[in-house]
Design a protein around this ligand. Structure first.
Ligand code: T5A
Length: 213
C-alpha cells in the first residue's frame, strides 16, 4: 500500500521542549489543511503504553541493557502497526514525540549498545519506513534536566548520570551531522518564540515542497 502522509519525529534529550512544541507543529499543519496524528514513543497504543511504564518506572529489578533495547522495539513494532502505518496510509501526517533516533542516542550513545544490533532491529521492525523530517531539539544537558525536574519528579531513565546524558547528546548531534537533510537541529536554550520561529523556517519549505507540489 502506498504511504500518503508524511512522518515527522521530535527528538532530543530530557526536557528540551519536544512535547511543548508538538502542539505548535500540529497547529501549523492544521492551518495548512493537513490532517495530523500526534503520538509518542515509547507508547502510543495500550500495549506500548504498558511497556512504557515498565521502562520508565523505577524498580528493584535492574533492567538489562538488552532487555531495555528489545522493549523499546517491542513497543515500536506495536505502535507502527496499530497507529503510525494506518495513519500514514490514510493520508494523515504523523508527528511522533521520539522514535528510533532516540534508540541510537540513548541505547547506542548512552548505554554503548552496538549500532549494528540497533540497525538490525530497525530494519526488522520498520522495513523501509523512516521519518521524512526530524527536529532535534538541542540544549545543554543541565538546562533540559533542570526543566524536566521543575516539571515533575524524574523517571528511571531521567535519573541517569550527567555523563550518560552528555553521551546521548553527542550521539544525537552526530546523527544530525550524518543526515543533515532529514534532521534539523533546533537550538532550544532560547525563548520559546525563537525556538518556534526556527521550527517554522524548516517546516514551511517542507510543507510547501511536499504538500503543495
Ligand atoms: N527513550 C525513548 C529511550 O531510551 N529510547 C527510545 O528509543 C525512546 C523512544 C521517555 C524516555 O524514554 C527514553 C528517553 C526518555 O528518557 P519522553 O517521555 O519523551 O521519553 O522523555 P522526556 O524527554 O523526559 O520528555 P519530557 O517531556 O521531559 O521532555 P520534552 O518533551 O522535551 O520537554 P517539555 O516540552 O515537556 O518541556 C519541559 C519543560 O520545559 C519548559 C516546558 O514548559 C516544560 O515545563 N520549556 C521551556 N522553558 C523555557 N524556554 C523554552 N524554550 C522551553 N521549552 C520548554
Amino acid at each position: 500500500m502506498m504511504i500518503k502522509g508524511k512522518f515527522i519525529t521530535l527528538e532530543g534529550g530530557e526536557g528540551v521542549g519536544k512535547t511543548t512544541n508538538m502542539s505548535f507543529l500540529k497547529d501549523y499543519l492544521s492551518l495548512h489543511g493537513i490532517p495530523v496524528t500526534l503520538t509518542r514513543e515509547p507508547g502510543g497504543t495500550p500495549l506500548a503504553e504498558h511497556i512504557r511504564i515498565l521502562l520508565l518506572e523505577s524498580s528493584d529489578e535492574v533492567i538489562t541493557d538488552q532487555a531495555e533495547l528489545l522493549l523499546m522495539f517491542a513497543a515500536r513494532a506495536q505502535h507502527l502497526k496499530q497507529v503510525i502505518e494506518p495513519a500514514l496510509h490514510a493520508g494523515s501526517w504523523v508527528i511522533c514525540d521520539r522514535f528510533t533516533d532516540a534508540t541510537y542516542a540513548y541505547q547506542g550513545g548512552g548505554r554503548n549498545m552496538s549500532a549494528q544490533a540497533i540497525q538490525w532491529l530497525e530494519n526488522f521492525v520498520q522495513g523501509n519506513l523512516r521519518p521524512d523530517l526530524t527536529f532535534l531539539f538541542d540544549a545543554p544537558v543541565e538546562i533540559g534536566l533542570k526543566r524536566a525536574r521543575h516539571r515533575s519528579s524524574l523517571d528511571r531513565i531521567e535519573s541517569e548520570t550527567l555523563v550518560f546524558f552528555e553521551q546521548v547528546r553527542r550521539a544525537y548531534l552526530l546523527q544530525a551531522k550524518l543526515e543533515p537533510e532529514r534532521i534539523k537541529v533546533i537550538k532550544s536554550d532560547q525563548a520559546l518564540i525563537d525556538v518556534q520561529s526556527e521550527i517554522t523556517r524548516f517546516l514551511h519549505p517542507f510543507v510547501f515542497n511536499d504538500h503543495h507540489s
